[in-house]
Write a protein that binds this ligand. Structure first.
Ligand SMILES: NC(=O)C1=CN([C@@H]2O[C@H](COP(=O)(O)OP(=O)(O)OC[C@H]3O[C@@H](n4cnc5c(N)ncnc54)[C@H](O)[C@@H]3O)[C@@H](O)[C@H]2O)[C@@H](O)CC1
Ligand SMILES: Nc1ncnc2c1ncn2[C@@H]1O[C@H](COP(=O)(O)OP(=O)(O)O)[C@@H](O)[C@H]1O
Ligand SMILES: [K+]
Length: 505
């Protein structure tokens, strides 16, 4: 699914109105109805207590006014506080006009802020996508007051003060710290970035029938990868295996991994590659890893390096459809020479992770040798070593796109909402996974799974990478349902890859 820019989000309601022969007032009613239904599910009247709605002068405030009317009709105790302005949007004015007269209404001003007890449920309908500049004056005073109150805050569409797809021009200007943000149709780019988590809280998307055609056709570099069950138009799907498929169809992969004390990384990546459906797997490890791999992964073939503690020689690369290098590799100069030789000699699809990425960071001239569509899997720290220290998350996204374009590679920038950047500059945010996956070895599992899907002869490079990242996160979610997030270990991810992939077919 596409993620729209802020400008496209503003065009979306016009496109919807035109396409569906409806009116902006009717669209606002849909938005308010969706919000009321969300509140009924999450904060029914007896849990909510009195609801305070803060409304700005535009359509975000209009949503708040319409919501107040609907909540009032659903037996909530509601109170409104309105931000005065020179001009109000038409739909704001309409919803102000039809507001039941019995709802208490006050005017917000810096000198007379409403009292907000800790725990009060506040709806933030001050500003949404129409925000054009940092909050100042009265609006800033209201937001600062709200943030200090200890209230539970549900933000309408956006936490007020946050921009939908750009960094804050004035980091000192206040932004609402919402408990929940309920948005319409699709999430905003801002929701996917770690720097905004403290403002957005938990986000939710409510379907209000916005033009699916406009969303699908929008020219945007940002996209979401979702589970097939979560969307009427699945982004990605794993093709089913045909009756006469043979192990060559699924490819022969080579994994170069492990060093003394880090052979576990090779075991985890090998397990993930096997569970990821590879046809054949050969694992190259230092001498100390031979018995370990042969014992823990009898399905894999094993090549032992002449060196006991680290990999010092590149095996023949001819028979393989994909090669992975990096998990637990260590940083010995001999292992770096192996990486360099691999880059110079082969055009086989590569997956490069962990220590191998750090080697590239230290010897950036090697980046020019990357075969097209090589997959790199840095976390934020490793990405900084490959590029530069970033100012903020938007700057990092700029660097990410530029890097993938310049080196014609696929970059998997790992984290919550792992971002996959393609050589054409498009970025796909993953929606599966959970904080339980912040545990040693999770990245090794991803490398093994990527290797399996890159070896699969049926899958185009980008599809293979998006599927692997989606399945990895889904395996994490299935595992966490068994073990809880704290109890999750990387080996659990390997166990859940099979069921995760089955749900992507
Ligand atoms: N996109 C859609 O399809 C829909 C949008 N709706 C709502 O409409 C909202 C967008 O409405 P608007 O475009 O009217 O914009 P907003 O209501 O977000 O804000 C616009 C108003 O705020 C003022 N303003 C902007 N920045 C300011 C600042 N820093 N300080 C003080 N005033 C400032 C503007 O002059 C204008 O009066 C969405 O966020 C959503 O809540 C929904 O009603 C229905 C569907
Ligand atoms: N909060 C989170 N939500 C979703 N996925 C996460 C979260 N934290 C970590 N992960 C995933 O877990 C993996 C961790 O990889 P990495 O940082 O390389 O760990 P390691 O080096 O220990 O294996 C990545 O795929 C990342 O996306
Ligand atoms: K808002």
């Amino acid at each position: 699914m596409n993620i729209l820019t802020a400008a496209q989000t503003r065009q979306l309601d016009q496109a919807t109105i035109k396409e569906q022969h409806t009116t902006s007032t009717a669209l606002m009613e849909r938005a308010a109805t969706a919000l009321a239904s969300w509140l009924l599910r999450h904060y029914p009247p007896q849990v909510a207590g009195e609801v305070l709605l803060l409304c700005g002068p535009g359509n975000n405030g209009g949503d708040g006014l319409a919501l107040a009317r609907l909540l009032f009709g659903a037996d909530y105790a509601v109170r409104l506080a309105l931000l005065p302005a020179d001009k109000y949007s038409d739909d704001y004015q309409y919803n102000h006009h039809v507001l039941p007269k019995t709802i208490p209404v006050s005017e917000l001003s810096a000198g007379a802020l409403p009292s907000i007890q800790p725990g009060t449920l506040v709806v933030d309908a001050l500003f949404g996508t129409g925000l054009t500049r940092p909050l100042t004056g009265q609006a800033a005073a209201v937001v600062a007051h709200l943030n200090e109150s200890g209230a539970r805050v549900v933000a309408v569409d956006m936490p007020s003060g946050l921009l939908a797809d750009a960094p804050q021009p004035d980091p000192a200007a206040p932004v609402v710290r919402a408990t929940h943000t309920v948005s319409f149709g699709l999430p905003k780019l801002a929701f996917l970035l770690p720097q905004n988590a403290e403002f957005v809280g938990e986000w939710h998307v409510e379907d209000i029938g916005l033009s699916a055609n406009f969303i699908a056709q929008a020219d945007t570099p940002w996209h979401l990868t979702q589970l097939p069950a979560a969307t009427p138009r699945p982004d990605v799907a794993l093709p089913r295996r045909t009756k006469f498929a043979y192990k060559n169809t699924f490819g022969h992969a080579l994994l170069l991994a492990g060093s003394r004390g880090k052979v576990g990384a090779a075991v985890l990546a090998a397990g993930a590659c096997l569970r990821g459906g590879v046809g054949l797997l050969t694992v190259a490890v230092p001498g100390c890893g031979y018995d370990i791999i042969q014992t823990t992964r009898p399905e894999a073939m094993c090549l032992a390096d002449a060196q006991a503690d680290f990999i010092s020689a590149l095996p023949a690369t001819k028979p393989y459809q994909a090669i992975g290098i990096g998990p637990g590799l260590g940083q010995d100069v001999a292992s770096r020479a192996v990486l360099e030789k691999l880059l110079r000699e082969t055009q086989v699809p590569l997956v490069i992770d962990a220590d191998a990425l750090n080697m590239l960071g230290e010897h950036r001239d090697l980046l020019d040798l990357l075969p097209e569509n090589t997959v790199l899997t840095p976390h934020i720290g490793e990405f900084a070593r490959l590029t530069e220290k970033t100012k903020d998350d938007y700057h990092r996204l700029d660097l990410l796109r530029a890097f993938a374009q310049q080196h014609r590679c696929l970059v998997v920038l790992k984290g919550a909402y792992t971002a996959v950047a393609a050589p054409d500059g498009h970025v796909y945010f993953n929606t599966t996974g959970n904080p339980g996956m912040g545990t040693g070895g999770s990245g090794d599992v991803l490398t093994g799974l990527l290797l399996a899907l890159r070896a699969d002869q049926r899958l185009a490079p980008l599809l293979a990478v998006r599927l692997a990242v989606l399945a990895h996160g889904h395996a994490g979610d299935l595992a966490a349902a068994d073990t809880g997030e704290a109890g999750l270990v990387a080996g659990d991810l390997v166990q859940h890859i099979g069921p995760a992939l089955r749900q992507l077919e």
